[in-house]
Ligand binder design. Structure first.
Ligand SMILES: [Zn+2]
Length: 95
């Protein structure tokens, strides 16, 4: 996903959230969580599903994306909703 398009989407999200955290410094612990969700939403709109689940499932015809959990909290993780399990901390996926 390391295309010019993707990089500019991530840049835009970071710029907006940098502004946001200046307005609300108490929100700093949540910013990783929010950035992950913003990037996921923006990519879904412009590029496609990201990040795809890296687990192998029984009936895996349709690839699905991971979700950020919690919705708003410190120390966010990527979660597979089908298995209901944590896959990796946000920032630790290698693709
Ligand atoms: Zn999965």
């Amino acid at each position: 996903m390391d295309s010019a398009r993707t990089v500019s989407i991530v840049d835009e999200v970071l710029t907006q959230r940098r502004w946001w955290v200046e307005q609300w410094p108490d929100g700093a612990p949540y910013v990783a969580c929010l950035v992950a969700q913003d990037v996921q939403e923006a990519l879904l709109e412009h590029v496609g599903r990201w990040p795809l689940c890296v687990l192998s499932h029984e009936d895996d015809d349709v690839p699905h994306e991971l979700r950020v959990a919690p919705d708003l909290g410190p120390d966010p993780h990527w979660v597979c909703e089908e298995e209901g399990c944590v896959v990796a901390p946000v920032g630790a996926l290698d693709r």
